[in-house]
Design a protein around this ligand. Structure first.
Ligand code: 8DG
Ligand code: MN
Ligand code: MN
Length: 384
């Protein structure tokens, strides 16, 4: 919650999950600069430093208008000296020399290029950089050294780094919904991630699948994938099995490590989406654009889109929905707030009270916020 005080400074809460961060971001120039610094630190393995810049950026996203003077920032949390210095530079000169130097550096550019490949993280990108590789062609020359995921990522590099529009996300949601309902009537498909937060475009499509009868969802993902594959919608997919064991059945406390990976059955995939306006007019009987695999230039009328499919048991759905809606900083602070302020462990499956040693069930996201003693923040205001 941010309230404008008379003397033109703001009151902004310290945890992102206590703030409303709607779109648009009124301070894009500043947050882009800070996020470049966060990214550079991440590329160098300096996670604490990276998080500090990400938090500084996130605070600016909660401000109701554009920052004009650095003095306005005095009352804000999470802004260190370094962040303030960069903000001041951008306010005065329109750009920061430090940020520009990073953006033009060979290492930053190579790391950026490589980490934008599907299936490539900082560790791999850094290793390639150390080996002297700089371009995608340097990698294409050694396909045997790439995972299947990375090979697919390279083949579809351009498409996968073109923003996915909301209309495409909705279309893919509908395709998946039809496949899911063919395999299991009554199951639901929910668009989550950035699109649920109201973003007009994103880097992928995040879909949550569940069924109101607990247990019915078991084995569903495999069937859905087979169905989609048969229709020619999949360019790549890899299913990861659920390894979540019901902790309520054991006396063990859930692990409290910071990883945001959960243990639902999920599929990381690349969809083949036909997207020319003409496609729709071809009518029944026309060949499905998804089956056409043209690879070059102007005549091409399909594109590759990254899609994450996640299947959840109904009782855990609100936790999964909250966990997959993001933003990443919002999620991070929800967990941190739960642990530090409420002695509770939150993940995408459950909420556990560490002192009472009880699991707290929830039928909706609102109930999870209530358990945490937080004001409900709707998805559109979680763009922290
Ligand atoms: P974008 O795709 O539009 O760029 O943004 P986004 O939708 O916010 O980012 P995302 O990378 O697709 O991630 C969406 C949310 O999903 C984010 O809050 C983090 C969460 N998420 C993963 N992987 C996992 C996971 O394994 N477990 C859990 N619980 N959450 C995950 O991306
Ligand atoms: Mn996403
Ligand atoms: Mn995703």
């Amino acid at each position: 919650v941010s309230v404008e005080k008379p003397q033109d400074t703001w009151l902004v809460a310290a945890y992102a999950c206590q703030r409303r961060s709607p779109l648009p971001n009124n301070n894009q120039l500043l947050t882009d600069a800070l996020e470049t610094l966060a990214e550079e630190a991440h590329f160098c393995g300096h996670e604490g430093r990276s998080l500090a810049f990400s938090r500084a950026s996130s605070v600016l996203k909660a401000l109701p208008r554009t920052v004009r003077r650095v003095q306005e920032l005095d009352s804000l949390p999470c802004l260190g000296e370094h962040s303030k210095r960069v903000i001041q530079e951008v306010l005065e000169d329109g750009t920061s020399a430090e940020v520009e130097t990073i953006r033009q550096s060979e290492k930053y550019q190579a790391m950026k290029l490589f980490t934008k490949i599907f299936g490539v993280g900082v560790k791999t990108a850094h290793q390639w950089y150390q080996e002297g590789r700089r371009t995608l062609d340097d990698l294409r020359g050694h396909p045997a050294q790439l995972s299947k995921e990375q090979q697919a990522g390279l083949i579809h590099y351009e498409d996968l780094n073109t923003p996915v529009k909301r209309a495409d996300a909705e279309a893919i949601g509908q395709v998946v919904r039809e496949a899911v309902n063919k395999c299991l009537p009554g199951a639901s498909v929910t668009l989550t991630g950035g699109f649920r937060r109201g973003k007009p475009s994103g880097h992928d499509v995040d879909l949550l699948i569940t069924h109101p009868v607990e247990g019915q969802e078991a084995g569903l993902l495999k069937k859905v994938i087979a169905c989609l594959d048969q229709q020619g919608f999949l360019l790549y997919h890899s299913i990861h099995r659920n390894t979540f064991e019901s902790l309520e059945d054991s006396d063990q406390e859930p692990s409290s490590h910071a990883s945001s990976m959960d243990q639902y059955e999920r599929c990381f995939s690349i969809f083949c989406l036909g997207d020319l306006p003409g496609d729709a007019q071809e009518g029944a009987g026309a060949e499905k654009p998804s089956r056409v695999r043209r690879t070059s230039g102007a005549s091409r009328f399909w594109k590759a889109v990254r899609v994450d499919l996640v299947v959840t048991p109904y009782s855990q759905f609100p936790f999964a929905l909250l966990g997959w809606t993001g933003s990443r900083i919002f999620e991070r602070d929800l967990r941190r707030f739960a642990k530090r302020e409420k002695k509770m462990l939150l993940n995408s499956h459950t909420l556990y009270h560490l002192e009472q040693k009880t699991w707290m069930s929830a039928a909706s996201e609102k109930e999870i916020f209530q358990h945490l003693g937080l004001e409900y923040i709707p998805p559109e205001e979680r763009n922290a």
